[in-house]
Design a binder for this molecule. Structure first.
Ligand code: HEC
Ligand code: HEC
Ligand code: HEC
Ligand code: HEC
Ligand code: HEC
Ligand code: HEC
Ligand code: HEC
Length: 646
């Protein structure tokens, strides 16, 4: 039995990232020692939810609920969906030979995945779609929940083109079907602050219904208590420190409020930090840094990259010169809220408002000089600055979607051709610490792009870091023997980091020391008990050590938490086989195939089981399926996902 590693960090990536992956193969100075004046920076102050704010700020709530952010997440219902359902032709993924049809059942959204052989349906799986992620401004993607575990469904509705297709990043053989975990990184950009089970990858105790006030204003408990107690502040003259008003922050912290989410690159957490640690008014780089590729020539433009693009503009650079911590001055500084009122939808915002922002600076303000284009040409565009200087662009990462390029410049300055990537940089920290940069290169190489350039940089940086970082580098580059040399001084008990333990386990495993490997898998599983994939790896090592009872116990635990955990289902069937519970094993393997018709291990074992039982017709049916699968994997390199009959 071949061991398969399930804990691939690949699955953790957001979609900008996944695209880069497709293309390739498939701090800083820490916080100023200032103590925050804001009461709600204390972690004792809780989030209270939008309905609390509504009591006193109803107008804001009403208009905000019509914005994309206010509608970013919700229960999947026909009413909420932006999609068309009637007589939808199946979407065909030719790489996997699977069809997808979304349909309504009452008010429920459902998704059927199936495979045809001639006119017969040889496989069919139907799932209820529980949540919609995406307001429908650009897309609706869909999530499935099992016991609080969230997964993405393999079908997205692209509103601007009015069509269904595979989700971004699932094209060209990368359709991972129902297995993509929706983790904290993803949820914390698309929702009010979620409550995730500590240590789990994708289990949420409570799933909020869309981005809310407190994502830009910070937790509201202290503010609500003070206002209810009649403690008021004259906010025209003073700052109310019970809540954060972004407009009163220095410009760099204003940008941080928005780029917490509007900057999708490789997010690297500072040691000991979590995605839920950032609160508006804090310095983002104190919680995580966002790395993106540096490039020469060409344009590198991803969907959730507004903050990076804007910060390249001469308007931004020249307006915000001087200390980042200078007091905010609306006339001098330039941030997202110079143009946007986040409580009002951009769709309801008149273009005149945006153009007025340009004019405020370019007529008389900081920008001073006006447009150098011929007046007649300007007239033709009705003097609409935005139309020429912030045009809509296709994004690099999301198919069928256009957004506005926030890199404001002369249209003539736009660079043609493909960008040449020269390395990584931290968008939100001009001087990142070397340890952070090292982590950025290692994880970039590991998750997004396996090129030598990243590996070399990662090595040079990692050599100067502590053992954990060095081990991460050696793990990412598959140098397992060297990793074990680094691990020599570290005892199981002294290792407090689950990922380090897991990497050591894999290194032992890859170098043939199963006994040690199992102990380190156990350590990872103990340190992060809710991490089902760590548990599954540990159980599989016990299976290989023939400790069947212990393996079975852990696998049952996993399956109680997530009854469809594919690796655990396969492993349990293997344990049952070893224990001679043939009927149970067969039922288990058939269940695996009902979820994933292409699970090779299940097919192979069923061929054996049926042959042994003398059922040659079933055995040959399984064999045919296995052959077809192998055939498809070698030949389906040419075409990509298409919709038949279009
Ligand atoms: C009981 C009434 C009440 C509730 C509930 C309430 N607020 Fe306020 N809020 C006020 C009042 C009154 C002011 C203006 C006077 C002041 O700040 O003392 C204010 C001011 C603010 C300000 C401006 C602060 C500044 O310095 O400019 C923000 C931002 C704000 N509230 C956000 C919220 C959010 C977010 C919620 C929900 C978590 C909320 N409020 C709940 C009454 C309330
Ligand atoms: C918690 C993460 C988060 C924060 C913080 C955040 N945004 Fe957003 N924003 C999003 C997401 C996600 C969307 C897309 C929502 C959708 O359409 O589904 C979005 C959409 C938008 C839109 C377009 C949608 C519309 O209807 O208006 C604007 C404009 C915008 N954000 C501006 C801002 C500004 C300005 C800030 C800072 C003051 C900010 N955002 C802070 C996550 C965030
Ligand atoms: C760093 C924050 C961040 C992460 C992580 C992230 N997104 Fe987004 N995503 C955004 C922002 C911001 C937008 C809006 C961009 C815009 O409107 O131009 C967006 C847009 C989208 C949209 C389109 C919404 C619409 O209708 O306009 C979908 C769907 C989506 N993301 C899904 C996901 C999923 C699923 C994941 C995780 C697997 C994910 N995103 C990870 C920030 C993020
Ligand atoms: C995407 C970020 C964002 C979200 C979400 C958000 N706000 Fe704001 N809010 C801001 C910004 C930025 C300002 C400052 C606007 C300005 O003065 O230019 C502000 C200002 C305010 C103010 C004080 C100034 C004023 O205009 O009255 C109140 C009160 C307020 N918000 C309440 C709310 C409430 C209630 C919600 C939830 C319904 C909410 N905000 C959601 C970003 C946000
Ligand atoms: C907060 C003030 C401010 C705002 C608002 C602003 N700009 Fe600018 N802009 C500047 C400054 C400052 C410069 C640099 C001027 C210089 O180089 O002398 C600049 C430069 C430019 C340039 C020249 C860029 C280059 O690379 O030479 C263009 C084009 C431009 N702005 C267009 C716009 C447009 C269009 C808008 C509205 C969408 C806008 N600006 C909004 C301040 C601003
Ligand atoms: C100079 C003015 C200006 C500034 C500053 C600005 N935006 Fe925008 N933004 C626009 C315009 C114009 C649009 C297009 C509105 C429309 O669709 O009519 C837009 C649209 C958006 C959208 C909707 C998706 C899209 O691209 O059409 C998002 C999200 C957004 N902006 C986020 C941000 C964030 C985050 C910042 C700060 C990092 C920011 N914007 C700063 C002018 C600005
Ligand atoms: C029809 C398209 C168009 C419109 C509308 C337009 N611009 Fe321009 N703008 C251009 C082009 C093209 C250039 C570069 C011309 C050149 O190469 O000298 C430019 C240059 C500029 C510059 C740089 C000037 C310099 O001397 O470097 C600024 C600033 C600017 N525009 C601001 C604006 C503002 C503000 C508005 C709205 C009032 C606006 N533009 C409307 C096309 C346009």
């Amino acid at each position: 039995m071949r061991r398969r590693r399930t804990v691939l960090p690949l699955l953790l990536c957001g979609f900008a990232a996944c695209v880069m992956l497709l293309q390739s193969r498939c701090t800083g100075s820490s916080a100023k020692d200032s103590i925050s004046l804001f009461l709600n920076h204390h972690d004792t102050v809780n989030y209270v939810g939008m309905q609390e704010c509504a009591g006193c700020h109803q107008d804001k709530v009403d208009s905000f609920l019509q914005t994309g952010m206010g509608r970013s997440f919700g229960v999947a219902t026909a009413a909420r969906s932006a999609a068309k359902f009637n007589r939808q032709a199946p979407i065909y993924d030719s790489w996997n030979d699977l069809y997808y049809v979304p349909f309504l059942e009452g008010d429920k959204l459902r998704l059927r995945e199936f495979r045809l052989k001639g006119r017969d349906t040889v496989f069919s799986r139907t799932e209820t779609l529980h949540y919609i992620i995406g307001s429908g401004h650009h897309t609706n993607s869909h999530l499935i929940e099992r016991n609080g575990y969230l997964f993405q469904a393999p079908l997205t509705y692209y509103v601007q083109e009015g069509k269904w297709d595979l989700p971004p990043g699932y094209e060209q053989g990368n359709n991972i079907r129902f297995s993509r975990k929706i983790d904290m990184e993803c949820m914390s950009c698309h929702n009010a602050m979620p409550d995730m089970e500590e240590g789990s990858q994708n289990r949420f105790r409570k799933i909020p219904m869309g981005i809310d006030c407190e994502r830009c204003h910070g937790p509201g408990e202290a503010h609500v208590a003070q206002k209810r107690a009649g403690i008021l502040v004259d906010t025209r003259k003073e700052t109310d420190y019970s809540i954060v008003n972004p407009a009163k922050l220095p410009w760099s912290l204003q940008i941080d409020v928005c780029q917490r989410c509007h900057l999708q690159g490789n997010n690297v957490l500072r040691p000991g930090k979590k995605f839920s640690d950032f609160r508006p008014g804090m310095r983002l780089a104190d919680v995580f840094e966002v790395y993106m590729p540096k490039h020469d020539g060409g344009d590198y433009f991803v969907m959730a990259g507004h903050a990076e693009r804007l910060q390249q503009s001469a308007c931004f650079i020249n307006s915000n010169q001087g200390s980042a911590l200078e007091r905010y001055d609306r006339k001098l500084n330039f941030t997202c809220i110079t143009c946007h009122n986040p409580h009002v939808s951009v769709r309801q915002t008149n273009t005149a408002r945006f153009n007025q922002a340009c004019m405020n600076c370019h007529n008389t303000g900081a920008g001073k000089k006006g447009c150098s284009e011929k007046p007649a040409t300007l007239q033709q565009q009705n003097n609409n600055c935005v139309a020429c200087h912030m045009p809509p662009s296709d994004t690099r990462d999301i198919p069928h979607v256009t957004v506005h390029d926030h890199y404001i410049r002369k249209p003539t300055a736009k660079q043609q051709g493909n960008p040449v990537i020269t390395g990584l940089y931290a968008v939100n920290n001009p001087k990142p610490e070397e340890a952070m940069l090292a982590r950025a290169y290692i994880s970039w190489y590991e998750k997004f792009e396996r090129s030598n350039m990243y590996a070399d940089q990662a090595k040079a940086l990692a050599d100067r870091q502590d053992a954990a970082v060095q081990m991460h580098y050696l793990y990412a580059t598959g140098q397992f023997a060297k990793l074990l040399v680094k691990a020599e001084g570290l005892s199981l008990e002294d290792c407090k980091d689950a990922w380090t333990a897991y990497r050591i386990a894999v290194a032992y495993d890859e170098t043939g020391n199963l006994l040690q490997a199992s102990e380190w898998y156990a350590r990872a599983a103990n340190l992060q008990a809710a991490h089902l994939d760590f548990q599954a790896e540990y159980a599989k090592s016990l299976l290989r050590l023939k400790q069947y009872a212990d393996a079975a116990r852990i696998l049952e635990q996993i399956l109680r938490a997530d009854p469809q955990h594919e690796h655990a289902l396969v492993a349990r069937a293997m344990v049952q086989l070893a224990q001679n519970k043939v009927a149970d094993a067969r039922a288990g393997l058939l269940k695996v195939l009902s979820l994933n018709p292409d699970n090779v291990q299940a097919l192979e074992n069923l061929i054996n089981l049926y042959s042994q039982a003398g059922d040659s017709s079933k055995a040959s049916e399984m064999q045919t399926r296995l052959d077809a699968l192998k055939q498809r994997r070698t030949t389906s390199r040419v075409s990509s996902s298409t919709t038949p009959g279009r």
